[in-house]
Ligand binder design. Sequence first.
Ligand code: UD1
Ligand code: UDP
Length: 368
Amino acid sequence: MIKIICICGARPNFIKVAPLIHVFKKNGNFDTLVVHTGQHYDENMSMLFFDELNIPKPDVNLEVGSSSHAVQTAEIMKRFELVLLDFKPDFVLVVGDVNSTIACGLVAVKLGVELIHVEAGLRSFDRSMPEEINRLLTDSISDLLFCTEQSGVNNLIREGIPKEKIFLVGNVMIDTLLQNKTKAEKSNILNRLNLNSDGFVVLTLHRPSNVDNHVVLDGIVNALEVIQYDMPIIFPIHPRTRSNFTSSSLGEHIEKLPNVRLINPLGYLDFLKLMSSAKLVLTDSGGIQEETTILKVPCLTLRENTERPITTEIGSNQVVGTEPDKIIRAYKQVIDDDWQEPQIPPFWDGKAAERIAVIIASENRCGG
Ligand code: UD1
Ligand code: UDP
């Protein structure tokens, strides 16, 4: 048996580990322990996804909660080390780029356990982004690096990671999307929000560079003010963003906009249905840039860069920045022009987790 610990801690992690856990459990050669760090903990940022995606409850929850980067990372490390020493895995598998990813990765390599990074090699080349630091560090200590797109492979090779550790396998987030698309069709979220299909915009925001910065957030809200006269904007609001609105005058501004609908974060199936029915998506999320590509819904990314360049190359996503004029211009272009259906990136076919399991089994040097 291959003993493996799968780490998850924040919303996008649950969506990424789900297909891996399913494949490991089905395979029969894996003894899998699921560890939730507790980085996200609200029901609708955490346990809801386990129910919806049909994954067993985590075997362990480290319950670290929110704090500064240093405290959160250190607490995860302290608590995870005990779990690792007890379970004695052959591999620790981490996904994405959150604090839980680097914290558990460091614990694993320091104890001589092989580290697997799923979604390796993505780079925004912006080191002011906490995720970029997590990505660089995690990749530099990983033993097996699974990439979603060719840019990831190229970045890793340029950084000196040996080729034999790198595998282009596709995208586990897209595995989850394809596995749940039919189920999501049945969601009644449009009725619940009293929406017509195709006549609204979906918005998500949570990057600190956007929502912790009053000037940037003010600019985005000014753009929303103009867009909402044209089309309703549905805004499932991330807890970080909600608390920033609540603690500033911008909260009052956005609440006064009649066609911006602030709602709580949605479950995965409702959110998938909402996105797939939207005219376009405005976001600063990483994963949503990829999901809209498959859903064939235009995505405007409210950031200065993306670590997922395949989405802009095939044209499903445009990086428009955060200045109001640029956002409004890009919105009008998408609404006025015919939208070219993008090509699907290589290997985004729902089978990434299966490929990963096969490679881990063939790389297992622990005699299991
Ligand atoms: C984290 C990740 C980010 C990822 C995002 C996904 C890091 C450095 N950041 O950002 O890469 O894109 O998750 O959503 O790992 N909070 C709650 N309830 C929760 C969770 C958080 O109220 O369940 C609030 C707390 O006030 C907390 C704040 O949100 O301080 C930020 O949470 P945190 O996990 O530190 O970072 P995110 O912004 O969620
Ligand atoms: N998501 C969700 N409900 C929401 C908003 C997002 O289920 O209200 C899902 C979305 O479909 C994607 C993931 O959460 O699968 C993206 O997470 P997030 O944007 O928080 O993180 P990032 O991808 O930027 O790291």
